[in-house]
Design a binder for this molecule. Structure first.
Ligand code: PEP
Ligand code: MN
Length: 369
């Protein structure tokens, strides 16, 4: 997969007033008072760079609060005027884009439920043609990197170069502590495909509760994400949407104070040397691992030939079960995570089966005789 986005660096369009970059505000604008009071306290912390609020809310079930609508733009404008903070809202249709632009919204974002739908994203992109405004694209609800990339490409193709991605977690079947699984590997893949693309993490929608937000925020920074979007409400206990995950402005300020900003490269030369030495050791071990894997595969191929020539099936479940159990408990004894060892073995096993299948399906020199 190739990803050629034409992107302007983040610091050319968004200069954080404080490190790290934090975009904050209520999940939903509910009343003028709620929005203005929240914005005022957030601005007073001096740690917030952009004010967010949802006014068109895509809700899973009808009948829930679906956002205050266009009137919220007026309130956001007042909040911007009162605090000096740039404002951002979610847009889900071409009409939303037009209204937000007319109201002087500084940054737009595409929500997770819109990113899943190329028609919706294209409609938003069409409304953005000829406009110079920053746009942030949340990952789709489902763990599909292509959909996320596709949405970024559609917006970029419309001429938007002030572009960022927002990592807000993915829907998953498995029960977990998170509302949406972080699935960091997908965000890392996106960053690898397009290193110049800024990525902001949304710990609020990943966590779904207040307690986990500090942990996910720190983790996002340690993964070199460029900022955080965190929901904040003057009184979360009475919030009309996402009550469990919103923080008061003062709790958010406290959270920001406790974040550690780590450098991608060590500044201290002693640390740098030590790191280089340890990395050398790792490189050596990785080389050995690859060599050993290649050796293992060539034995696997011999087994494949033997099975083929003696009409034995490729997969012997009992043997495989035994391997997993033995190796996982060996790994555990060496302090390796059992799930990690099992996953790794499964991957190796899948490759072994693929190789043996190839051999099985190739004509045997014996059979040809
Ligand atoms: C939101 O930011 O309030 C929101 C609706 O987020 P998401 O699109 O990630 O669900
Ligand atoms: Mn929300």
């Amino acid at each position: 997969m190739k990803l050629n986005l034409n992107i302007e660096p983040l610091d050319t369009w968004l200069k954080p007033s404080h490190q790290p970059l934090v975009i904050a505000g209520p999940c939903s604008a509910e009343t003028e008072e709620q929005l203005l009071a929240t914005a005022d306290l957030l601005a007073k912390t001096g740690k917030i760079s952009v004010l967010r609020a949802g006014i068109w809310k895509p809700r899973t079930r009808p009948g829930e609060f679906e956002g205050i609508g266009s009137i919220g733009l007026e309130w956001l404008r007042k909040a911007k005027h009162a605090t000096g903070l740039p404002i951002t809202v979610e847009v889900a249709t071409g009409k939303h884009v037009e209204e937000a632009l007319a109201a002087g919204v500084d940054i737009l974002w595409v929500g997770a439920r819109s990113t899943v739908n190329p028609f919706t994203v294209q409609e938003i992109a069409d409304a953005l043609k000829g406009v110079d405004i920053p746009v942030m694209v949340k990952n789709p609800v489902n763990p599909d990197l292509s959909l996320w990339i596709g949405a970024l490409e559609r917006i970029n193709n419309a001429g938007i170069t002030k572009l960022a991605a927002i990592s807000r977690g993915f829907s998953s079947y498995e029960k977990s502590a998170f509302r949406n699984e972080p699935m960091w590997e997908l965000t890392i893949q996106l960053k690898t495909l397009c290193p110049q693309l800024p990525v902001i993490c949304d710990p609020s929608h990943i966590c779904g509760n207040r307690e986990l937000i500090p942990y996910i925020s720190q983790k996002a920074l340690d993964l070199e994400m460029n900022g955080l979007m965190i929901e904040s409400h003057i009184d979360p206990s009475v919030a009309w949407t996402d009550a469990k995950q919103q923080l008061t402005p003062s709790a958010l300020s406290d959270l920001i104070d406790h974040l550690t900003i780590r450098q991608p490269q060590p500044v201290n030369p002693v640390v740098s040397d030590k790191l280089a030495e340890l990395r050398k050791q790792i490189d050596k071990i990785d080389d050995l691992l690859i060599q050993k894997l290649a050796e293992r595969m060539s034995i696997v191929e011999k087994i494949g030939e033997y099975k083929r020539d003696n009409d034995i099936t490729i997969l012997q479940l009992n043997r495989w079960d035994e391997i997993i159990k033995k190796r996982a408990s060996f790994g555990k004894a060496l302090k390796l995570d059992e799930e990690f060892t099992t996953k790794m073995l499964e991957l190796i096993h899948a490759e072994s089966i693929r190789r043996q299948t190839e051999i099985m399906n190739a004509k045997s020199p014996v059979a040809e005789k």
